[in-house]
Design a protein around this ligand. Structure first.
Ligand SMILES: Cc1cc2nc3c(=O)[nH]c(=O)nc-3n(C[C@H](O)[C@H](O)[C@H](O)COP(=O)(O)OP(=O)(O)OC[C@H]3O[C@@H](n4cnc5c(N)ncnc54)[C@H](O)[C@@H]3O)c2cc1C
Ligand code: FES
Ligand code: FES
Length: 497
């Protein structure tokens, strides 16, 4: 159970504003991947929460008439990466948020939460700085929009007034048209690690691709808040596109960055990689913009037409036909909600305490003990289940959000007489199980992978399984099991590594 005083679920943006005014101490919860983890750590113990997770109106990416790209604040990282408008116009943002945590975190974490937490290492933040993003906030006084650099006040503090919520992130046409960019995250691990330093660069080149018309260089973890390297940018405008210019600009960033020592890296190391990452990101951005190595760069073409993404309900989001409201027990003051959902193909209904996680509900109310309690802070994947077709760590998913959802656990994979599914059998055949604690969670990720019907490379599979920790088997056997099942299902005759 989460240590929470009360939970209020907003039904609309206006309702969220009303709830925040009625409960001035309450904090907003979106996907909860920061809030719930901090509650577990005791940092937000006893809080009142206003949940906006069910507000589908804040999900999705659209284009306004003037060409502004509007990213709803509740859009999850994985949906940003897959979105056609993002891919066509500001693909770097999709690449940047694809480096957040692991797949399950990218399914739950929202871009609004990633910016409202005020954290300098947030993977979306430096890229949004490099796109000159604007932040839309809606509150009791109406809507206001401010440049992202004004949104960040200091480490962990952003400009959100009482009663306000962030409703969208806007990228005006002039901020992206004609630009190409690249984001590099330097971290100690390829997955499930926050950035030691992040650098996002956008360039606009002259028509003949020989001159930098504009350059934007943005950093995370190079200061207390995400920042732009103003001196280097000014020095770059009008410069010839040459290797010497790139070297010079990379060295100039030291006039701007102010990193600090931390347990992850020293100030000196961060200064060093500020230069190195800038140069690497610049080279790639220039290549993508058609400069220097234009002949190798058909991808920079802007001619492909992409229709705006249809706005559709996001899996795992808390809306749905059977929405119920939270009730308060007058004697104990405890809050409950009737949660009706489909679990492993069967309609289920139970009254849950609002403080319960989905792990609590699945284990305690439905005896689905394949859903393991491991780290309980979203890091190990032992509690992973499929909600509306996507994987989520159920330990950082409120049980009340399951109302109206389709949930699948390992128990649902077996046949009527307990026959194992092909992927379960493959885990046995490949000796991909020892203690088995991690296994159900890994298998549920494998199910999502297999049901996509796509053929992935071994490296892609490694990435798709990166939200899981196994303490005893080792990952090669797990990869073998998933890869063999994938190839078998697809009828592929390719040799398995
Ligand atoms: C295991 C793990 C790994 C992670 N790895 C990374 C990583 O590699 N890179 C990275 O950048 N992050 C990482 N994160 C952090 C986290 O996933 C992101 O910060 C996420 O974007 C937060 O979004 P959320 O919707 O879950 O926010 P929440 O936890 O719901 O909220 C975060 C904060 O923002 C506020 N808030 C949220 N939405 C709004 C809104 N619309 N209006 C006003 N206030 C709002 C909340 O009050 C809270 O203060 C990781 C987290 C976990 C648990
Ligand atoms: S991720 Fe949920 S228990 Fe570890
Ligand atoms: S098999 Fe033991 S933790 Fe993975």
């Amino acid at each position: 159970m989460y240590d929470m005083k009360a939970l209020y679920e907003a039904k609309s943006v206006e309702d969220a504003i009303r709830l925040l005014q009625e409960h001035p101490e309450a904090q907003v919860i979106a996907g909860g991947s920061d809030v719930l983890v901090q509650m577990r750590e005791g940092k937000r113990a006893g809080v009142e929460l206003v949940s906006i997770y069910g507000l589908d109106e804040l999900r999705g990416v659209t284009m306004d008439e003037d060409g502004t790209i509007r990213i709803g604040s509740l859009t999850s990282f994985s949906h940003i990466t897959k979105d056609p408008l993002i891919q066509k116009h500001i693909g770097v943002l999709g690449e940047a948020v694809d480096m957040v945590g692991g797949p399950q975190i990218r399914n739950i974490g929202t871009i609004g939460g990633n910016t409202c937490n005020g954290v300098t290492s947030a993977d979306s933040a430096s890229t949004l700085f490099a796109w000159d993003a604007r932040i839309e906030l809606t509150g009791p006084e109406g809507v206001r929009v401010l440049p992202i650099r004004d949104f960040y006040i200091k480490a962990g503090k952003v400009d959100i007034r009482p009663g306000e919520i962030q409703t969208a992130i806007l990228i005006p046409r002039e901020s992206y048209e004609g630009y190409a960019g690249h984001y590099i995250k330097y971290a100690m691990r390829n997955a499930m690690d926050i950035a030691t330093l992040g650098c996002s660069v956008n360039v606009k080149l002259s028509d003949d691709k020989k001159t930098f018309t504009d350059i934007r260089i943005a950093y995370g973890v190079a200061g207390p808040v995400p920042m732009r390297a103003a001196h280097a940018e000014a020095a770059g405008r009008g410069l010839e596109v040459t290797e010497e210019s790139i070297e010079k600009l990379g060295d100039t960033v030291l006039e701007d960055v102010t990193p600090r020592d931390s347990w992850r890296a020293s100030k000196a190391f961060r200064e060093h990689i500020s230069k190195v990452l800038c140069k690497r990101a610049l080279r790639e951005a220039v290549r993508r913009a058609g400069g220097m190595t234009a002949e190798q760069n058909p991808a920079a073409s802007d001619s492909e037409t992409v229709e705006p993404a249809e706005k559709k309900e996001q899996p795992g989001a808390a809306s749905g036909a059977s929405r119920h409201t939270i009730m308060t027990d007058s004697e104990s003051g405890k809050q409950y909600k009737l949660v009706r959902c489909r679990i492993n193909g069967v309609e289920r209904e139970t009254m849950v305490d609002v403080r319960a996680s989905l792990t609590d509900m699945l284990r305690n109310d439905y005896s689905l003990t394949s859903v393991k309690k491991g780290c309980e802070v979203g890091e190990c994947g032992a509690c992973n289940v499929i909600i509306d077709g996507e994987c989520f760590n159920s330990c950082i998913y409120l049980a009340v959000w399951a109302d109206g959802k389709e949930i699948r656990t390992l128990e649902g994979l077996m046949g009527p007489d307990g026959e194992l599914s092909d992927i379960q059998q493959a885990f046995i055949d490949e000796a991909a199980v020892q203690c088995g604690f991690c296994t159900p969670g890994v298998i549920m990720s494998a199910v999502e992978i297999l049901e996509s019907g796509k053929e992935y490379t071994r490296d892609e599979l490694r990435n798709l399984l990166s939200g899981h920790l196994c303490r005893c088997t080792g990952y090669e056997n797990i990869l073998n099991a998933v890869e063999k099942t994938m190839k078998k299902r697809l009828g592929s005759t390719d040799k398995i590594n």
